[in-house]
Design a protein around this ligand. Sequence first.
Ligand code: SF4
Length: 279
Amino acid sequence: MACEGCKLCPRECGITREEFQGLCRCKNELEIASYNLHFGEEPPISGINGSGAIFFTGCNMSCVYCQNYPISQLKNAYRKISPIELADIMLSLQEKKAHNINLVTPSHFAHLICEAIDISKTKGLSIPIIYNTSSYDKSETIKYLKNYIDIYIADLKYSDNNLAKQLSGIENYFDVATNAILAMYNTKGLLKIKNGIAEQGVIVRHLILPGYLNNTKNVLKWIDDNIPSVHLSLMSQYFPAYKAFNYKNINRKLNFQEYNYVLSLLDTMQNIDGFIQDF
Ligand code: SF4
């Protein structure tokens, strides 16, 4: 993977990232906001010791409601690091007994992350590596990552390209993300859990957006039809953030009736298994 005339992700900016920022807001240099043991992920990811989360700045999407906008959209605070430094951070998280390395919003740095993983493995990194993504990734990137990534935590945000355009500035989200998720599933399969901790496989996440339950319904249907028995993580934690206050349907939290409606949808799905956030 190279990013000269960058076409690393589906946005295919074609710019030289040595000189310019792409739509991901990043040049060709790793940038992180923070790293720490994270206890708020799904139970087999956080476990008892925590997940070794590394939060990258920038993002190749532009969600108006981004829950992580100070890091992903505004890049309020970050530091530039080399692949060697990223490798050392991964090893430091392993030393702190993290169950895994959790790369949060990695898509626009995938090529540099692979360099870091190569270095970290020569220095003894042995815990599973998680690619925690919006799923706006090329399927060829996912195939390339086969020998680098053990677990995918993959958002499926929209079932409707028009809604993705309206809320995330992306024309073809559903087509791209579903291809990427199928590639993840084909390379890593169902979630394998040993002694309560995930070792390999795919978790598909979906954040329920208030006022767009049909979107959730169709996301669940696609999952049920296409990736049998995959682990679903259904998130009810939405709160209006960033520019969401300008959008009528998402300028509020989910309500209890909406949450119950989504639970009732799940009852009708044949294959879905996984985790549901309490209301
Ligand atoms: S990684 Fe960034 S610069 Fe490269 S194509 Fe995607 S958005 Fe554009």
